[in-house]
Design a protein around this ligand. Structure first.
Ligand SMILES: C=C(O[C@@H]1C=C(C(=O)O)C=C[C@H]1O)C(=O)O
Length: 313
């Protein structure tokens, strides 16, 4: 079996469902606050001062989608089990094996953040503790190492190694800043974890980037019509971005050529670009690609002529 096929099998086995959200199969997901596919809250932020019941109930009342909660202590677990779809073992709690065991026994999916100094082996060992308690529903989250800088530094190579070694879905924690979303998904992340309080726009931006980059790097194997339509919609989103960019470039060429527009059409060049594209799209082949590209090229030429006309007026 080829390496890719082997990996894909592993990843299928490791896909984890958090409420209605599938993590590890299908598109890369965003977990955060407003604007994300799933939300999470941390009871640690309140250091146990605000009753867990109140905080969890408020979060549940405000959001009917998938909800994950990070406990402050084992005392919070019954409340979390009653209302949440998943549990977060925060980076600071990763070494608290008693808490990890108690969390795993609830049977809900567990998201294990890597502690800032934890090695790959120590991180993956937490997943093994969960399995030992009968819970295989584990998602890993790379949350960065403490470095010489004041902040943490994400280790995308370690994330990738964790995904390959464990066959489990792996997220990348981005805090409030979505600017590494593309890099994370390109490196193989199955999703992005944003801070619960991150601005809605950050979650929307991360989601858009995850969808676009994901189309190229994630092979989807949808098993139902809605899933397959979702996957096609994501491909179409990328096609739209590329068509828009192509139209701009084709317009630039029309302005630079001595004779632009339909009058300066170069059929040899068009045949060559179709032949070149067929190398990357062998299933479609030159014959099927030719009419597609003809339509694309003519749309670009029409647009360029329209714009040239506007400029002359
Ligand atoms: C862009 C050009 O002008 C026309 C449009 C083309 C295109 O959109 O790819 C290709 C060849 C020409 O018919 C060009 O000459 O390269």
């Amino acid at each position: 079996m080829s390496l890719t096929a082997d990996l894909e099998r592993n990843l299928e086995r490791g896909a984890v469902r958090v409420g209605t959200l599938s993590v590890g199969a299908g598109p890369a997901v965003v977990i955060g606050g407003e604007g994300a596919d799933a939300r999470w809250i941390s009871l640690r932020d309140h250091h146990g001062r605000v009753p867990a019941a109140q905080t969890v109930a408020e979060a549940r009342a405000g959001w009917s989608g998938p909800l994950l909660v990070e406990p402050f202590s084992a005392a919070d677990l019954p409340e979390i089990a009653a209302h949440a779809d998943g549990i977060v073992i925060g980076a600071a709690w990763m070494q608290d094996f008693q808490l990890v065991r108690a969390v795993a026994r609830l049977g809900l999916p567990v998201l294990v953040q890597r502690g800032p100094a934890a090695t790959l082996q120590e991180w993956l060992a937490i997943a093994d503790y969960c399995v030992a308690e009968g819970n295989d529903q584990v998602v890993l989250c790379e949350s960065g190492s403490r470095t010489h800088q004041a902040d943490t530094t994400l280790d995308l190579a370690l994330m990738r190694a964790a995904r390959r070694t464990s066959g489990r879905p792996v997220l990348v924690g981005l805090g409030e800043d979505p600017s590494l979303a593309a890099a994370a998904v390109a490196a193989g992340a199955d999703g992005l974890l944003l801070d619960p309080g991150a601005p809605e726009q950050a979650a929307l931006d991360a989601g858009e980037v995850a969808r676009i980059v994901g189309v190229v790097v994630r092979r989807e194997t949808p098993g139902s019509v809605p899933e397959a339509r979702g996957a096609i919609d994501r491909v179409d989103a990328v096609l739209a971005v590329l068509l828009e960019r192509r139209a701009e470039l084709a317009g630039t060429i029309q302005r630079l050529k001595p004779v632009g527009g339909f009058a300066g059409r170069d059929m040899d060049r068009e045949r060559r670009l179709v032949a070149e594209m067929a190398r990357r799209a062998p299933t479609l082949g030159e014959e099927r690609l030719a009419p597609i590209m003809n339509a694309v090229i003519e749309a670009g030429l029409h647009l360029a002529e329209e714009r040239a006309g506007t400029r002359r007026d």
